[in-house]
Design a binder for this molecule. Structure first.
Ligand SMILES: Cc1cc2nc3c(=O)[nH]c(=O)nc-3n(C[C@H](O)[C@H](O)[C@H](O)COP(=O)(O)O)c2cc1C
Length: 359
């Protein structure tokens, strides 16, 4: 019998022609929630286990933010073989996001452009869904991060981020502060050290106040479009603030040459294969700038074990996938894990952790 991933890839040209991206996402989410997508039967190879911030990741391959914005299918997604799922971006109040269509595929380039604009049911629905997941027995292994953002009409970003830390921080295995989506006006300006420093101080203070004795680590997710000469200052601001980790990177506004004109002309953030090298270089630079002391989650164009290995060697302790799931299918994590376990052994290592930052 053909493996499920191969079946998906054989059918994907038809699927892509018949179903627009956002509808396909809706179908998959419904199927996951109904239990109609076959789960990953075997646990990951023990050599892939990663322990960070006192959390155990059964493997280093996670689902990136944006796929499960309302935390509606966290359990089924973990059962597909992801070592962790980053739910969100969640905003305090529900909002509709930008008008559709707002996701575009370029299958020949294994790329996606999106301008979603944080549609979602808001913190209330997110909390309900997370509470249901946390009550699941047995709880599937894996870590669940909560990616937080601000509502489009919020003039004071700190208020939204702080409100989300208060309501959702206590149920998060980690918090990801998203200041890098290109589709919310003003959001990426928060990466400027002048804005970033007071924001991080306020959010870390809020975490200390509202998340109890074992607060979740707080990570910051950055854009790949930060000018290189500004990176050192941003890295210093983040380290000095006492942030626990980085997520590198979000989507890019750049349009590398060679993309189909109509696709490249769509407004929004580009993800997938054309982002891969750019995000790996950002990881490499921030790993050096932080002396390897700040754990990095590497994301951007990961769809194979080789891609994941490249980001890990550049300095990522964990990786995430979004667009790779669109083109490789829902079982992409288990395929990447199988390849990563082989790479660990071929390199003569006993754990994936020993490959982090090796070049
Ligand atoms: C349709 C879509 C929606 C996304 N929504 C979010 C989001 O809500 N929050 C976020 O931090 N990143 C979001 N992202 C960015 C991804 O998490 C990831 O950083 C980026 O796509 C690069 O990874 P990839 O090349 O594996 O897709 C989204 C990406 C896509 C394609």
């Amino acid at each position: 019998m053909l493996p499920l991933g191969s079946l998906y890839r054989a059918a994907s040209p038809l699927l892509f022609a018949a179903i627009p991206p956002e509808s396909a996402h809706g179908v998959l989410m419904r199927a996951l929630r109904m239990g109609a997508v076959p789960a990953c039967p075997e646990p990951a190879d023990p050599a892939l286990k990663v322990t960070l911030w006192g959390r155990t990741f059964p493997n280093p391959v996670g689902l990136a933010a944006g796929f499960d914005k309302d935390a509606a299918a966290v359990g089924p997604l973990l059962r597909l073989g992801f070592g962790f799922v980053e739910a969100g971006t969640v905003t305090p109040r529900p909002q509709a996001g930008n008008p559709r269509p707002r996701i575009f595929r370029a299958p020949g380039h294994r790329a996606v452009i999106n301008r979603m604009g944080f549609p979602g049911g808001g913190a209330g629905l997110f909390k309900e869904n997370m509470t249901r997941f946390l009550g699941t027995k047995p709880r599937p292994p894996g870590v669940v991060g909560v990616n937080i953002g601000m509502n489009k009409d919020q003039a004071d970003p700190e208020r939204d981020y702080a409100a989300l830390i208060r309501t959702l921080g206590p149920m998060a295995d980690y918090l990801a502060v998203n200041i890098s989506s290109p589709n919310t006006p003003g959001l990426r300006d928060l990466q400027d050290p002048q804005a970033l420093k007071p924001l991080l101080a306020a959010l870390l203070a809020e975490r200390a106040k509202s998340c109890g004795a074992h607060p979740p680590p707080l990570l910051v997710k950055l854009s790949p479009d930060i000018p290189e000469d500004k990176e050192a200052n941003i890295a210093r601001t983040i380290v000095e603030a006492g942030v626990d980790g980085l997520i590198l990177t979000n989507t890019t506004l750049e349009r590398p040459p060679g993309l189909p004109e109509r696709f490249a002309g769509e407004k929004g953030g580009l993800s997938g294969a054309p982002l891969r090298e750019r995000s790996t270089q950002v990881i490499r630079r921030f790993y050096a700038l932080t002396g390897g002391r700040l754990p990095i989650i590497g994301v951007g164009g990961v769809e194979s074990a080789d891609d994941a290995w490249g980001k890990i060697c550049a300095g990522a302790s964990l990786v995430q996938v979004y667009t790779g799931l669109v083109y490789r299918g829902p079982w992409v994590a288990r395929e990447i894990c199988a390849g990563l376990a082989e790479r660990v052994r071929a390199a003569g290592l006993s754990s994936i952790v020993d490959a982090v930052g090796t070049g």
